[in-house]
Design a protein around this ligand. Sequence first.
Ligand code: GLC
Length: 358
Amino acid sequence: MFAPNRYPLLFLTVFVLVVGSLGCDGSTPTEPDRDIPDVDPFEMNARLARGVNFGNALEAPREGEWGITLDARQFQRAKEAGFNTIRLPVRWSNHASSTAPYTIDASFFNRVDWAINQALSRDMNVILNVHHYEEMASNPRDHRDRWLGLWKQIAEHYRNYDENLLFELLNEPNNQLTASLWNEFLDACIQEIRLTNPTRNLIVGPVFWNNTNSLPQLQLPADDDNLIVTIHFYEPFMFTHQGAEWVNGADAWLGTQWFGTTQDQAFVTNILERAAAWGTTNNRPLFLGEFGAYSQADMFSRVRWTDYVAREAERLGMSWSYWEFMSGFGIYNISNDSWNEALRDALLPPATTAVAKR
Ligand code: GLC
């Protein structure tokens, strides 16, 4: 029988361990229940390698509203093609209560679990983000606590998942979420996630839609060794976003081509090289989390641009994930289970996918 008065030190130790493992609301388990490998972020970034965004599905206001409902076959096709990673954009903010503790709908959590497991069970990495939390851009101070509350739940929910599930704090911080505010917010968010995921690799990017020009303003906690920095690249924008319905004035750019002349290439290379130099100086690995040219551009230009950007990213040591798999920028057609082969091969040149698949 356990008698506290006979074993005061043991009693104290047990008491400290139990109470210490509860969160401030007294209910939250903290550390994962098992050891999750602590992977060096450069090593993890090399594993991310070549990825694709499963966009327009879980970050639509409701899944299906933007024409994409996820199913197992899509994950199977991405795997067969040779992608190493799925970036999964998720609009959590539409599936959680508006008051503390901002409870996320259990059925939505189940759906995200299913999607993550589809990729993990096929031995692909998953990047799970918070996408289209638009109020974070228009009114960040009022939404900070809710955003942190969402991460508290997400981080705890997935704390026992393998290291090949990565969290990305917020897609494309912009507008009122200025660099100084974002630096403060990301620090608080990383602290929150670290309570339950001490070593999981996290992905975070600069303001102004993860623009490479904003990298110098990004300040990361110096003592956190499990961070990967993301950038998005859609330059020249008038080429990649011609005819995009969600961009004002984009119809005027229709017909813009990308020939890949020396000058065209230098423009792209210059931007990516400057980003890579920031990574080297700051000792952080870089993940090109989105790049792509919309379907209104001509196919030859899209293929040339996509091939060039992907190869340059690889040359500069970046992992990447194409925007996106099966919608307006897509490379796979869900309606008849067919590929846009030229674009797929631009991303995953057939001679190299055997290596990528390993
Ligand atoms: C961003 C937006 C997404 C858009 C893409 C290309 O990721 O969140 O909705 O399709 O950029 O513009």
